[in-house]
Design a binder for this molecule. Structure first.
Ligand code: HEC
Ligand code: HEC
Ligand code: HEC
Ligand code: HEC
Ligand code: HEC
Length: 224
């Protein structure tokens, strides 16, 4: 990215200073050359920044098995049959096999995904290593109780319509930080952020805190 930028500024600088006091036509040519190099440089940087950079920055991993939220919300009843608060107020998060075995002790249907699930995880008693899109780095403290129970917020606000989805999107991992792409979001600049759930960076948490509680909060509130 920077290499391209350098090239465009070098080229446009020399285009602009090539003929300081000469007649009109070479001057126009210089101006045109400068404009063209500028446009090439600009387009080049945009392509690198918006298309190439994200492709290089993120590696894609598939989930171990597919999961259909819409189907299961109907079969199992509300979200809290799987995502519940424990007695001590902590949030159980992604369900363990306990939440599945009552129905999937053996295969119910004849889908390939279910067969894979029963054979590889339920029968040998191995937890599914789900890749969690929203997971924050270890240094961040987040409490579902404070947001869902105390502040009465809906899951959709921060996670989007996950509960209505019928399949899992591929998980994208940031090669530098190791975080999920959902933390920084698909639009790194943040200019086109439409929904709260589009990204969940430090700024995103702080922005809502300022709006809802009047203060961005101290570092130790969110960092252990
Ligand atoms: C039958 C159990 C079950 C029910 C019911 C259920 N979920 Fe889930 N949920 C899962 C499993 C399994 C995962 C992990 C796989 C995944 O990411 O979808 C998960 C993951 C999630 C995640 C985390 C996604 C991430 O990786 O960050 C959210 C958010 C979520 N569910 C919301 C909901 C909502 C909202 C409802 C109710 C409308 C709901 N779930 C109902 C089983 C369930
Ligand atoms: C209340 C019963 C119930 C519970 C609890 C339940 N499931 Fe299911 N599950 C079903 C039914 C019904 C189907 C559809 C089977 C069919 O007709 O193919 C299904 C299908 C599936 C499939 C195949 C989906 C596909 O796209 O082909 C997977 C994988 C699965 N469940 C995983 C899970 C996991 C993981 C859990 C625990 C977090 C879980 N289920 C909990 C009832 C349940
Ligand atoms: C204020 C925003 C917010 C709300 C509201 C919210 N979540 Fe989350 N959720 C998060 C964040 C942030 C994480 C990542 C936490 C971490 O990694 O420490 C997360 C993580 C999760 C996870 C993965 C936990 C794990 O194993 O790492 C699940 C599942 C989940 N949320 C489900 C839900 C459900 C269901 C609801 C509604 C009852 C809900 N969330 C409401 C922000 C929210
Ligand atoms: C959409 C709004 C919203 C977003 C996004 C949000 N929060 Fe909050 N958060 C709140 C509100 C409202 C409270 C105050 C809850 C209360 O005490 O009534 C709060 C409280 C907290 C608290 C204090 C909990 C306590 O024990 O008092 C922590 C810590 C926190 N948030 C961390 C985070 C982190 C980390 C993120 C981002 C990953 C985040 N929040 C994203 C709205 C939000
Ligand atoms: C409202 C919650 C919140 C507050 C307050 C907050 N942070 Fe953060 N911080 C986060 C979250 C969430 C992340 C991870 C996502 C990201 O990188 O933006 C993060 C990431 C960071 C990181 C990068 C760590 C890494 O491993 O990538 C540093 C450094 C940091 N915060 C420092 C601070 C300092 C210093 C303060 C006080 C001025 C502060 N934070 C206040 C939520 C918060």
């Amino acid at each position: 990215m920077s290499a391209l930028d350098d090239k465009s500024t070098d080229a446009s600088a020399s285009g602009g200073t090539a003929d300081p006091g000469s007649q009109d036509s070479p001057k126009d040519k210089g101006g045109l050359a400068m404009l063209i190099t500028f446009i090439i440089g600009l387009v080049g940087s945009l392509v690198v920044g918006w298309v190439v950079f994200p492709k290089v920055l993120y590696s894609t991993r598939e989930q171990p098995i597919q999961f259909n939220h819409a189907l299961h919300v109907e079969e199992a009843g509300g979200c809290d049959s799987c995502h519940y608060f424990r007695e001590d107020g902590t949030f159980a998060g992604v369900p363990t096999l306990d939440a599945c075995v009552d129905c999937h002790e053996s295969a119910i249907g004849d889908s390939e995904e279910e067969a894979k699930f029963v054979e590889n995880y339920v029968e040998p008693g191995i937890e599914v290593p789900w890749l969690v899109y929203s997971r924050q780095p270890d240094c961040v403290f987040f409490s579902h109780a404070a947001h869902v129970k105390k502040a009465g917020m809906d899951c959709v606000t921060c996670h989007g319509p996950v509960g209505e989805s019928t399949s899992l999107k591929p998980y994208q991992e940031n090669r530098i930080s190791g975080y999920s792409r959902d933390i920084w979001g698909y639009d790194i600049s943040g200019i086109f952020k439409k929904h709260e759930w589009d990204s969940m960076k430090m700024d995103d948490c702080a922005r809502c805190h300022e709006r809802e509680t009047g203060s961005k909060g101290a570092c130790f509130q969110c960092h252990k």
